[in-house]
Design a protein around this ligand. Sequence first.
Ligand code: PLP
Ligand code: COI
Length: 355
Amino acid sequence: MTTSVDIKIEKATRSRVLEQDVNNVPFGKCFSDHMFVAEYANGQWEKTYIMPYQDVPMSYATSALHYGQAIFEGMKAYKNEAGEVSIFRPLDNFNRLNKSAVRMAMPEVPEEIFMGGLNELLKLDAAWVPTAETGSLYIRPFLISTDEAIGVKPSETYKFIIITCPAGKYYAEPIKVLIETNYIRAVQGGIGFVKAAGNYGRSLYPAKLAQQKGYQQVIWTDGATHSYLEESGTMNLMFVIGDTLVTPALSDTILDGITRRSVLALARDWGMKVEERKISIKEMQEAHAAGTLKEAFGCGTAATIAQIIGIGHEDNYYPLPPVAERQFSNKVDETLRNIRKGKVADKFNWMYKIN
Ligand code: PLP
Ligand code: COI
């Protein structure tokens, strides 16, 4: 990998980092001093620069605002006890961003721009990376179309931008989730496997209805039959049934989560039985009735490991075993935290050190 891209840097005249406690800010509302920008025009990536975090002037006709050529990524940087900053699996996010770009008819971002921009930005804003046990700097790379044009066609200009914000826990408490059997997140041939803005916009109304019923999120089911569990909100789904870790198999309706990959790798490394396959609502109900549904959790970058304490389906509610009894998910949560914070050996080479 090369980080030799030429990045013009304009530093903030004064840092805002001391104006708040980075270990204690609400998720996604407080942004660090700088941002990285790369501009695409004339069939190539032309300019790369870092500037103080700011609003950027934009036409109301900007195509991303109308037709949703807008994709993003989410990853996190951590600080170890020596104060060194590392990012969790950024190359996986880089690859997924470009998979999204291809599906949305957008130009791919070169690795040296993605990784070079990330490295320079994190060097400048290292003071923004929280030190708290569950703290991290959330990194939001995104790619948007920028043509000032109302015609429906792929834009000819784009901006790739990286902004960052200190983050604590996304869900303060274990969550209750409601199986959604009316609205659909993704269908075969659609963009469920892509991290595109439209997937999130369409999810908000069903999530709002679930919240009105006392749930934090929905579990999406397959669009064709509404009988198989897919994912939940911004998380992949995991169950421990008997002694086996079961998760829905990837398909073009499910986001290929990097936390999911990491949880599966750890489980396999520990010799646990792992199955990536379809899971039906009926199987969940039967396992619950038989007492073999031991654990359920969501996993994702923002949410980390989010324990699910109960699942709703139509008029039924399935309470799950107490979180304290959950051997696998508590161990995986702690292990991931320790790897990220540099407290245990990084045997899978997941951490990318800023230098
Ligand atoms: N599924 C969806 C729809 C998401 O938005 C996310 C969050 O990024 C995930 C799953 C988990 O993916 P990752 O672990 O890469 O963050
Ligand atoms: C992430 O986990 O990175 C996500 O994308 C969730 C987010 C939309 C806050």
